[in-house]
Design a protein around this ligand. Sequence first.
Ligand code: NCD
Ligand code: ZN
Length: 344
Amino acid sequence: MEQIEIIYPDDWHCHLRDGAYLATTVPMVAKQFKRAIVMPNLNPPVTTAELVRQYHQRIMEHVPTGNSFTPLMTLYLKDSTTPEIIKEAKQEGLLFGCKLYPAGVTTHSQAGVTQLEKLFPALETMATLQVPLLIHGEVNDPEVDIFDRERIFIEKHLTTLLKEFPTLKIVLEHITTQDAVQFIKESANNVAATITPQHLWLNRNALFSGGIQPHHYCLPVLKRKIHQQALIQAATSGNPKFFLGTDSAPHPQAQKESACGCAGIFSHHAAMEMYAHIFEQENALPLFEGFASKFGPDFYGLPYNKEKLILRKQNWDVPEKLVFGNDTLIPFLAAKTLNWQQIS
Ligand code: NCD
Ligand code: ZN
């Protein structure tokens, strides 16, 4: 196949950051996707209706003229998030979902939830108002091995949430293990998962190949090859419970290449190309449109996009670096050659 034409896709999980960084992130997400769920882990986080509204406005200021990109806004859940906060944010009209970070599991999650039970009244309200719950599914216990944190979150917490809130729509984001794949497959239809390009492309060997590779570090951390294979299988299987979420998460080069490097991989420069490569490799290109453009809207009850995205089979080199405010950004697969390219 020389060309792929699909319904324009959406990104069901990404980070656009703030301030001068929006000048890089917003035009890039708006080129590849029509809608994107924007994570609220700013510093300080987006915890109220007013902060959601202001962040939405700052993003919209960077959407290129004539581009119909829509950011889908999220609220950052804390122990202190009340039903009233959820109601107010919902009434304001911009709230798409609420994000649960167990405190300390990832970038800017220190203000996250320390005890799930504290959140139950807010979750009850979300279920009633049909506000989806988006989960970073890892336990925050430093005693738990980092490669096991997703599996243990599922066993200890996700099962409880599903039991307590059977009507709440839940997305387990950026899954990384065969345990998560299995759990999602077996769970009811109110539960789904997103999969990133990096977790399809790499396994944990890539973190240490030839030396420590900070640009391959994200959370949840890359896992063994058997998990990578389970994710590839899930993404390319046509099962509508698995759909696209890049988790594109840019950090300045200096903060990645440091004694304590930040977690997060930027992929909005070529996410669709990377996914296409995986689908082609698996002989699954006919199922690509479902994963990228249909299963997400189906799960969230939204219409498909009307426009088409076209990728052509042609080699091109990923830039070595990008401008990122006053910093530089090293994109995922920098300086590597990709074999698909978005042409419109
Ligand atoms: C994300 C970030 O940098 O905001 N980092 C990451 O490694 N994925 C946060 C997150 O989604 O965990
Ligand atoms: Zn993320």
